[in-house]
Design a protein around this ligand. Sequence first.
Ligand SMILES: [Zn+2]
Length: 64
Amino acid sequence: MGQHGTEEFTCEHCGGINIVEYSDYPEPDAGIVTCARCGSILLEWEGTRDYGAAMLKPDFEDNS
Ligand SMILES: [Zn+2]
């Protein structure tokens, strides 16, 4: 079975942190993921790692 998990991407347009689920499939595919906050293209992917819809990270964790 392929791996799956989540990755974080920061939107270049609004700075929102998006969490995107991915799964690895044997068949190559392609698609785009858009920012959950502003709708800009967050990620263009191609290959065997399929990315799903983005979710905005609830809040910025700032421990500094
Ligand atoms: Zn954005």
